[in-house]
Design a binder for this molecule. Structure first.
Ligand SMILES: [Zn+2]
Length: 295
């Protein structure tokens, strides 16, 4: 077990969080302490906080992670891959909003009005949707989650903290020049709606930093002639989107950093280079082997 938890180079609070995570991943009885149950009343009724059972004993649930990262970094892709690996749902709040919009759920009319007026969906609505999703998941026997797109503000982070124990917050980062190139290379097939990327990135290393190369994700021949660029994927708009993101995300990152829960991860390239490195950073690099050995 000890070999699975390599924490010497990390700050101690993160080490504690990471060791709880690692211990949980391997359903170990050692090297972990149950998190005390909070007695503070939640602002919103998450099912996990209601009733005497309260928060699930950290030993008996799966990971409860948050993924942060700017638009275009590939956050959804990595969160989704990890959710499959760990057997927890990948819950993207953007999807929850879209699902509710296309349903006849209680919030759909309200949401349609907000979206039609170009307004931002309020914390209350997002939290209500998230709460509903987590309750439905718990009823189906889900244990744990990877959140994507939430929290976006410190207020949301505080609300979440009041009702759930977040184990780890992974902040995916990519050099801005690479990110810009990647966003400008995005194409959508106007016929089938699939996303592709025509950018072939090859940035040289400098000042001791390694270079980054990322292969394009070219479309199949039948989509090739139908590719379109999103109107808001221009250099000016992408740069402005990133500026707004950095400004808003900074306080959320600081919030989790001060709790020792933030894991900063610089993506070294595309998925082939980044995925194994990410697993390593999460102490999951031999997770698949361990799982099949235990089966
Ligand atoms: Zn197509």
């Amino acid at each position: 077990m000890a070999a699975l938890i390599r924490l010497s180079s990390r700050p101690s609070a993160l080490s504690a969080a990471a060791s709880r995570v690692a211990a949980r991943c391997f359903a170990s009885a050692s090297a972990s302490q149950a998190t005390p149950t909070s007695s503070s009343a939640p602002l919103f009724a998450f099912s996990a906080s209601s009733g005497s059972a309260g928060r699930k004993d950290a030993e008996h649930r799966n990971v409860q992670w948050v993924f942060l990262g700017c638009p275009g970094v590939g956050k959804g892709t990595y969160a989704s891959r990890l959710s499959v690996l760990l057997g927890v749902p990948h819950i993207a709040t953007g999807d929850l909003v879209r699902e509710e919009l296309s349903s006849s759920g209680p919030l759909s009319l309200q949401l349609k009005e907000i979206v039609n007026q170009g307004k931002l969906v309020s914390d209350e609505i997002i939290i209500s949707l998230l709460s509903k999703r987590l309750e439905a998941g718990e009823a189906k026997g889900e244990s744990g989650f990877i959140l994507d797109g939430f929290p976006r503000t410190t207020k949301q982070a505080e609300i979440l903290e009041g009702v759930m124990d977040i184990d780890l917050v992974v902040n995916l980062k990519l050099r801005e020049d690479v990110l810009l190139e990647k966003c400008l290379g995005r194409r959508i097939c106007s016929q089938c709606g699939k996303n592709f990327n025509v950018a072939s990135i090859n940035v040289k290393g400098e000042n001791g930093k390694p270079g980054i190369s990322m292969d394009p994700l070219p479309p199949p021949p039948h989509c090739m002639t139908k590719l379109i660029t999103r109107a808001d994927d221009t250099e000016e708009v992408v740069k402005e989107r990133l500026r707004i993101y950095y400004e808003k995300s900074q306080p959320v990152e600081d919030f989790y950093r001060s709790q020792g829960k933030l894991l900063e991860f610089d993506l070294p390239g595309g998925i082939p280079e980044s995925w194994p490195k990410l697993l390593e950073a999460l102490n999951l690099d031999d997770y698949e082997e361990k799982q099949s050995a235990a089966a």
